[in-house]
Design a binder for this molecule. Structure first.
Ligand code: 0X9
Ligand code: ZN
Length: 795
């Protein structure tokens, strides 16, 4: 999506070379003297030369001779000179004395320009120590980014240091040092920096994606600046270290400033007139796939002659390999607003996707909260497109480092030419995203759940959940420091209970039964012996970062048949006229229209329209008419404690009508009767060809009254000629599911004075049964809740 050129090349800058810049005009001295070949270097006066006592003088030569005299006496400080024109000169004290004797008309503008220069240097230093956010109001060439990083290091010597990973290859004749900045809280004997896990961010593998180095620099800047005032940043920086390389492709970046704004690759001379390797196709993990990279030199995704053929990717690889404390990696790109986890080289996710499954939504949410910008999170290959040989596939696939690509703003309007007023907002939202990732890396433990998390949660049933906490960052478990927090989704504060510790990393959390059909929210927390905590999900209880599960009503089967035994179904009905493929209880054999297995587990048999596969798909299917499968009469009257609207029928069905020469000509009506089959009401008419077992559930009272003589029938048929029809039914149930009336304390089917007496007795005895609100204590609030429920009564 981002490979095409979104718009015509725009010239965004003017080259300064050849332009007259008066040496003392404001701004001319504003930047230190960068003398690289990067087109971003600006003119200045070396500050090692002192102008103490030099004057700035405006003089007007009346003759050529006077003009030549002036030129000999001092340094011209104006752009243009000439006879009769007022021209500014910088004059030494001696020259000034000499000038006075010549009689050439002049005025002294400033008697000691060193005071001007000093004032300017002071101003630069003052701004550097404030490190004005205004720096992020525009994009900057390579040299200025490096200067800015150096200023950060100078301003925060105990927290920031610069590092370099080596030099770029010099494909355009100039090699650049590939620099980064390391950011963490001060090193102390109690909390040595060398013990902290690291996050590695690199940006600008793709030269034209200017917002990426700007964002990386912004993140470094803000982490450092906020350390003093923001407790969250301080807590984070005291436990992790950030390693940030804003420009991973310096030669390409310089080239976008000097020559071709929309250049993407590095600057390798491919020897055939074409230039450049796509660095983000050059990493060795799954390098060389034609899906997602190109073998052609001229292509924008040219992967290079071999994996790691490029100096830039070699430098980054060697740095990462030599940094065993790196736990997480983000490769910043633009554009598209995407958070992409592995894999990029293939569709699908890695075998251990747990960190990405947990982080993707939380990073997305944190970014969203800042400026309401939607970033889409998901695996790179399926969310964007296939790309092989990318950096994050390598960091995760090869090094086990959690690796992401973040595609920054925008979503596709300005594209690579993102207006500079979006640098700060993009930086702020991504700072929030990387904070969340940093906190995940910083937390003392990670969590896993040997039995999974509850998938179904019947009302009033307490859930026991096994929670394993394993070391993530210098975490030593505090045995009494495990808690589970929960509340009804409708609101209220989270209440917590201690999780029972088994002494070897495993806790058991117990969440008490809940109000019927009220979804529950919950999260886990484990403390370390040094007083830190880890949570699952890590950002809990931030909204959107807690676990949530619907609870179901109490369930009671009235009839359940897995077709493993004969439960009285009728497989042939008067009037059925199909000549083959009639309903029978059997073990299905696989062909294009039939499954290999029944639905039940365990189990082998289902009701099916002849289970034999035959030699071709049309063998043993339904031919020439109808075949009907009818249930026995089922007592579906609501059992004690349930109402008529709480009775359901459910079954797994198979239907295939898309094979053969005349597909899609038939349907299968499913009907229900409340009068033992005298009259029938349609439940559904099956015409979808999923060729899969599909579970359907219906509330009986939406169709007929649930009586003692309920029947269901499946009318499979081949009405057209030449169409192949196969059908099956398994795991048929009629059941009650509902919320027992809470005022019926003694469960005798009614709510009356005896319920009141029984509750009062249990309450007086402090019996657990009187814990009416399920908060594990019997207290006055249970009494209030019971009285409220009793007032409401049962229907
Ligand atoms: O193609 C790339 O290298 C990245 N996009 S960009 O527009 N910045 O060039 C995306 C790489 C991430 N992964 C996948 N696309 N799977
Ligand atoms: Zn990119």
């Amino acid at each position: 999506m981002t490979l095409s050129r979104p718009r015509a090349f725009r010239s965004l800058f003017v080259l300064l070379a050849g332009t007259c810049i008066p040496v003392l005009a404001s701004g001319a001295l504003g930047a230190p003297d960068n003398t690289g070949a990067d087109g971003g270097a600006r003119q200045g006066i070396p500050t090692s030369v002192s102008y103490e006592g030099f004057a700035l003088v405006r003089a007007t030569a009346r003759t050529l001779r006077e003009q030549m005299t002036l030129d000999a006496m001092g340094q011209m400080a104006s752009c243009r000179g000439g006879v009769g024109v007022p021209v500014d000169y910088i004059l030494s004290p001696q020259s000034l004395a000499a000038l006075r004797m010549t009689g050439i008309p002049h005025t002294v503008l400033n008697a000691n320009i060193e005071t001007l220069l000093r004032a300017e240097r002071d101003e630069i230093a003052r701004r550097a120590s404030q490190r004005d956010l205004a720096w992020f109001n525009n994009y900057h060439p390579l040299a200025e980014i490096e200067t800015y990083l150096a200023q950060l290091v100078a301003t925060y010597p105990t927290m920031a240091s610069s590092f370099n990973v080596g030099t770029s290859p010099g494909n355009d004749g100039v090699q650049y040092t590939m620099r980064g900045i390391a950011v963490s809280g001060p090193d102390t004997p109690q909390n040595p920096r060398a013990n902290r896990p690291q996050l590695f961010f690199n940006a600008c593998q793709h030269a034209r994606e200017w917002i990426s180095p700007a964002t990386a620099t912004f993140i470094a800047d803000q982490l450092l600046e906020k350390y003093a005032t923001d407790a969250r940043v301080r807590a984070l920086l005291d436990h992790v270290e950030f390693l940030i390389i804003p420009v991973s492709n310096p030669e390409g970046y310089v080239y976008t400033w000097t020559s071709e704004r929309l250049w993407r690759k590095n600057r390798r001379n491919n020897g055939d007139g074409s230039r450049g390797v796509d660095l983000n196709r050059n990493w060795s993990y799954q390098w060389g796939l034609n899906s997602g990279s190109s073998p052609s030199t001229g292509n924008e995704t040219y992967r290079g002659p071999s994996a790691f053929s490029e100096g830039e990717t070699q430098r980054l690889r060697d740095f990462i390999t030599a940094s065993p404390r790196i736990r997480a990696h983000i490769d910043f790109h633009s554009y598209g607003q995407l958070i992409l986890s592995p894999w990029s080289y293939a569709l699908g996710v890695p075998p251990d996707n747990s960190a990405f499954a947990e982080m993707n939504p939380q990073i997305r949410q944190a970014i969203l909260n800042v400026n309401l910008k939607q970033y889409t999170a998901g695996p790179g290959g399926s969310t964007l497109y296939l790309a092989s040989g990318t950096a994050p596939d390598w960091t995760f696939g090869q090094r086990g480092i959690w690796g992401w690509t973040i595609e920054l703003r925008d979503a596709g309007v300005e594209g690579f030419i993102l207006p500079p007023d979006q640098i700060i907002p993009t930086g702020r939202e991504n700072l929030a995203g990387v904070m969340v990732l940093g906190e995940y890396v910083a937390q003392p433990f990670r969590f896993s759940f040997p039995d999974g998390l509850p998938a179904a949660w019947p009302t009033a049933t307490a859930q026991n959940i096994r929670v394993v906490a394993s070391n993530n960052n210098n975490g030593e478990i505090s045995p009494t420091g495990g808690r589970v927090y929960y509340r009804p989704a409708s609101g209220g504060t989270f209440v917590s209970s201690v999780m029972v510790y088994d002494g070897s990393g495993q806790f058991t959390a117990t969440i008490p039964g809940q109000a019927c059909l009220e979804p529950i929210q919950y999260y886990f927390e484990v403390a370390s012996t040094d007083g830190r905590v880890a949570r699952y999900p890590s950002q809990a209880p931030v909204p959107g970062s807690v676990l949530s599960r619907a609870t179901s009503g109490t369930e009671q089967n009235l009839f359940a048949d897995d077709f493993e035994t004969d439960r009285g179904w009728t497989y042939a009905t008067a009037g059925d006229n199909a000549t083959t493929g009639r309903w029978v209880r059997c073990d299905p054999e696989q062909n294009a229209a039939q499954p290999a297995d029944d639905f039940s587990n365990p189990g082998t048999l289902a009701a099916f329209t002849d289970c034999r596969a035959g030699g071709s798909v049309g063998d043993f299917d339904i031919d020439n008419g109808t075949t009907t499968l009818t249930s026995p009469a089922i007592n579906a009257t609501p059992p004690e404690g349930f109402t008529a609207s709480e009775i359901y029928v459910s079954y797994a069905r198979w239907y295939s009508n898309d094979q053969g020469s005349a597909p899609g000509q038939d349907t299968m009506p499913v009907e229900i009767s409340s009068n033992n089959g005298a009259t029938w009401t349609a439940l559904e008419t099956v015409n979808e060809n999923l060729n899969a077992w599909t579970v359907k559930t219906f509330r009986v009272s939406d169709f007929v009254t649930p009586t003692a003589t309920l029947r269901v029938r499946f009318v499979a048929r081949d009405l057209g000629s030449g169409s192949v029809v196969e059908a099956g039914v398994d795991d048929f149930r009629v059941f009650a599911n509902g919320c027992p009336c809470r005022a019926d304390f003694n469960n005798d089917g009614t709510s009356d004075f005896f319920d009141y007496l029984d509750f009062a007795a249990a309450f007086a005895a402090e019996d657990a049964a009187a814990d009416f609100n399920g908060d594990s204590v019997v207290d006055f609030f249970d009494y209030l809740d019971f009285v409220a429920a009793f007032d409401e009564g049962c229907e």
